[in-house]
Ligand binder design. Structure first.
Ligand code: BGC
Length: 460
């Protein structure tokens, strides 16, 4: 019998899922996102209500993750629970997070804790949130409280989730709270978030010198509609620089590239202020030059016609499933940071209610991570977005990212095929030929293809 081929991952590789407080816990009524909901911004008209009911019952889903032999789980702390009014600390909320982390550890899953995942208390938002640099002290005070209270249970911290998404959606595109359309303010917020990360890094380091501390950016690829057309190339390059590489450069060096550096103050003590690079990767967009869109930097973005797609939300923005993009992002982050820190894939996922593209997509994205590791790039973990369907911001229950399906009305869990496949991968610490054969035989070629070049080409 022919030997089974497999893509084996390094010992100690972190396997798990990622989630966030507002999307999972339920009963969060005191943040700027709950106000946004009340104002009627959720395109399905829904409200998060109990979400995935994690506040009372996260442990039932942790058990499902344990059955998948995950060895890590990423969740976030809801600042508006811990500090519901300025300076008023809710010890019961901290106790509940302690219970959750204890439960994860009991199940041999490493807690990866995000301190800010898009939501913040209303009182903080009302003071101007991260648009006002003087407010950073409130964030740092909260960070210190949480880390002091949880340091015996967690040593892996993400300070801020996706500063670039928070700033562009909230302040440029206006599709997240506070719903503004102001390019300059969007960059100012991005800069302040980066400064908040750096300051939080040193705060955590002081409290827990052995902790691993980082943040994660959302990396999105922008490719020119016509690859040889200079204007398309230029606008695609500009989008990619502004969205991905300028924030990364600022976090690395403290300075944004020109022309942003002309109006954004440097970030103090930035260099060295992270122990790893967190990559959240979902999709790529194509771009052509469009003089009618100055607010979008003259780029008209769209999803390739022949692309394998995520389920669209009502806003239609979940785009192409493009595995090679993950390899390209990993490689670019590695090169741009001169390989200075290990990389974790802190999010990667697919909106696919019927689960008929997710298994293949997971396998092909893992193959791309494996390819990067083979080339010597230190990728140390993969956290899939997400364990159980959760409340998808403006899209509500309209799109589903879970390995496990959730019926919100009954809170019933129905594992998708992807869940059992992911379990097999984690157990084997490998993508094996047998797994691919059973879950996505059509991907055998692309995953175990003869040469690296061929693998990449097929996946384009
Ligand atoms: C966010 C998640 C979100 C996911 C899917 C990421 O950018 O961090 O909160 O659910 O994308 O849209």
């Amino acid at each position: 019998m022919a030997k089974q081929r497999s893509l084996r991952f390094p010992n100690g590789f972190l396997w798990g899922t990622a989630s966030s407080s507002f999307q999972n816990e339920g009963g969060n009524t005191n943040s700027q996102w709950s106000r946004w909901e009340r104002q009627g911004h959720i395109v399905t008209g829904e409200r998060s209500r109990n979400a995935a009911d994690w506040w009372p019952r996260a442990e039932q889903d942790f058990e499902l993750a344990e059955q998948m032999e995950n060895n890590a789980l990423r969740l976030s702390i809801e600042w508006s629970r811990v500090e519901p009014a300025e300076g008023r600390w809710e010890s019961a909320a901290i106790d509940r997070y302690r219970e959750m982390l204890q439960d994860l550890r009991k199940r041999h899953m490493k807690p990866v804790v995000t301190l800010h995942h898009f939501t913040e208390p209303l009182w903080f938002a009302e003071r101007g949130g991260f648009a006002t640099e003087a407010n950073l002290r409130y964030f740092l005070r909260y960070v210190a409280r949480v880390v002091e209270a949880l340091r015996d249970l967690c040593d892996f911290w993400l300070t801020i989730n996706e500063p670039n998404v928070y700033a562009t959606q909230g302040y440029l595109l206006g599709s997240y709270p506070p719903g503004e359309h102001d390019t300059m303010r969007a960059f100012q917020v991005l800069r302040n978030l980066m400064q908040a990360h750096v300051a939080a890094f040193y705060t955590i380091r002081r409290i827990q010198p052995q902790g691993r501390i980082g943040y994660c950016l959302h990396y999105r690829l922008f490719d020119p509609a016509i690859s040889f057309w200079p204007l398309d190339r230029a606008v695609a390059g500009i989008q990619e620089t502004f969205f991905n590489w300028a924030p990364l450069q600022a976090a690395e060096t403290g300075r944004f590239p020109f022309p942003l550096s002309a109006f954004l103050a440097p970030i103090s003590r930035a260099s060295g202020a992270r122990d790893f690079h967190g990559i959240n990767y979902y999709t790529r967009e194509m771009v052509f030059f469009d003089p009618t869109r100055p607010a979008e930097l003259f780029g008209h973005r769209y999803t390739r016609r022949k692309a394998v797609r995520n389920d669209p939300g009502k806003e239609g923005n979940f785009g192409e499933i493009y595995p090679l993009g993950l390899y390209r992002v990993i490689k670019s982050v590695y090169q741009r940071t001169r390989g200075n820190k290990p990389i974790f894939i802190t999010e990667n996922g697919f909106s696919d209610t019927l689960d008929n593209r997710r298994p293949r997509a997971i396998l092909e994205h893992l193959a791309m991570i494996h390819r990067a590791i083979q080339e010597g790039i230190p990728v140390h973990g993969y956290l899939h977005w997400t364990l159980v369907d959760n409340f998808e911001w403006n899209e509500g229950w309209g799109v589903r990212f879970g390995l496990i399906e959730l019926e919100p009305e009954t809170q019933r869990r129905i594992p998708r095929r992807s869940a059992s496949m992911f379990g097999e991968i984690c157990r084997a610490n490998a993508v094996t030929e047998s797994i691919v054969e059973r879950y996505a035989p059509e991907a055998l070629e692309t995953i175990f293809g003869p040469t690296e070049k061929a693998t990449g080409d097929v996946l384009v």
